[in-house]
Ligand binder design. Structure first.
Ligand code: SF4
Length: 413
């Protein structure tokens, strides 16, 4: 069994835990942002609908800013106010509404999970974090804890990026905060801290503190409701962590939660010494040739060909201009030839590489891919019969293009 974590980094004094809960909740009651999912969770009498409303918000908020999510959330809840309504939607409709929100598999998984609840769980959301995580595809430990505490009042903690930052600062945890052993400790702490009578509010308060006060670069410690419990703040003011009664200080370099001995406390960073993370892998670079094929529609307005991406992988099921990943360092002439061959397969007729008009390059950063689209265009005069054996494809006007399930990257193109 792993050795117990050093007591300096824990919340082992019940009186301190009680005071911290009280201060944080009082601040939350005064300062919380009005958000549509909070209003629903607070007023919806039907627990099942409450669970659904919180679930949708939590999935949308993964990797996405609150300000961006609000409009998507309102439109989603208007269109599919219940699990049952979502279960009946088509994936195409889900992708259309999700277009622009990024990380598209989230919408698809949400809808698959809604279908599962309706068909296998008699339309009833699981009521505990354990069951939510076990039974709903796409629901991990964090989302399960958030739904169970906010919708059903289960006294269970949550750990997301904001909570990691706040807890690491509160307890001067400077070991790699993405390592499984530190993450486990943080979950233990979150479960100790969570308020037993208002678990949903407490969890939201801790996350809200991380989002609005204990922010990554310039935290507003002077306004922080829990600064008197914060070891990083104390250390910044007095140059050393506060003494903890009956607890010896951590041995330099031996403590699994302190910063490594090679990278000790840097006084110029203050509280932002915490948290620390191992360096991220640099994103992969990719080049993709893409062609905007244009024809005159029956009313003379221009129409563009879009094709559907495979149902799994990056941007699954979304629509795009015919595109082809390119090998790195390909000569421009070769790029054109490969794209022309690719288009020929779609149209069943020869496409001259030199007929492709180079428009420019568009760069789009996905979380792990630095993608460059090399954009060409081609105007078609006669009618074209598309090869039905290939992926689904269709001609759209510009307006229809914008209403289709296309990614932000394709809109840039
Ligand atoms: Fe974060 Fe500063 Fe508050 Fe500590 S005092 S929790 S570092 S905002």
């Amino acid at each position: 069994a792993p050795a117990p974590p050093p007591a300096r980094h824990l919340f082992s004094d019940p009186a301190e835990v009680e005071a911290l809960r009280g201060n944080l909740l009082a601040w939350y009651d005064r300062c919380k942002r009005d958000l549509p999912w909070r209003a629903l969770a607070a007023t919806e009498p039907d627990a099942n609908k409450r669970g659904y409303a919180v679930w949708v918000s939590e999935i949308m908020l993964q990797q996405t800013q609150v300000a961006t999510v609000i409009d998507y959330y309102n439109r989603w809840m208007q269109k599919w106010p219940t699990l049952q309504a979502l279960a009946q939607a088509s994936l195409e409709e889900v992708n259309e509404l999700w277009a622009g929100l990024g990380y598209y598999s989230r919408g698809k998984r949400l809808q698959e999970a809604a279908r599962k609840v309706v068909s296998e769980l008699a339309g009833q959301m699981p009521r505990t974090a354990e069951d939510l995580q076990k039974l709903l595809p796409g629901v991990g430990r964090y989302t399960a804890g958030a739904i169970a505490s906010i919708s059903y009042g289960q006294a269970t903690g949550v750990v997301d990026g904001n909570v990691i930052r706040v807890l690491c600062r509160l307890r001067c945890i400077g070991a790699d905060s993405s390592s499984p052993s530190v993450i486990d400790r943080l979950w233990d702490m979150a479960n100790v801290l969570v308020d037993r009578s208002r678990p949903g509010d407490f969890n939201q308060a801790l996350m809200e503190l991380g989002a609005t006060v204990c922010v990554p670069k310039a935290p507003l410690c002077g306004e922080c409701p829990v600064k008197q419990h914060c070891q990083a703040w104390h250390r910044k003011l007095f140059g050393k962590p506060p003494p903890v009664p009956d607890v010896e200080d951590c041995g330099v370099g031996d403590c699994p939660l302190c910063p490594p001995a090679t990278e000790p406390w840097d006084s110029s960073l203050g509280v932002t010494n915490f948290p620390r993370k191992a360096a991220k892998k640099p994103p992969r670079t990719m080049r993709t040739a893409t062609c905007v094929l244009e024809r005159r529609g029956c009313h003379g307005a221009p129409e563009y060909l879009i094709v559907q991406r495979p149902s799994s992988g990056l941007l699954a099921g979304l629509w795009e201009f015919p595109s082809l990943p390119l090998a790195q360092d390909l000569q421009e002439k070769k790029e054109r030839e490969e794209l022309a061959d690719h288009l020929q397969a779609w149209m069943g007729q020869p496409v001259a590489a030199k007929g492709l008009h180079f428009i420019g390059e568009v760069i789009h950063i996905f979380s792990h891919i630095h993608q460059t689209y090399v954009v060409y265009s081609l105007h078609l005069d006669g009618d074209v019969t598309l090869n039905p054996a290939l992926s689904p494809s269709r001609w759209v006007t510009e307006k229809e293009f914008h209403a289709s399930a296309v990614s932000t990257a394709m809109k840039k193109v």
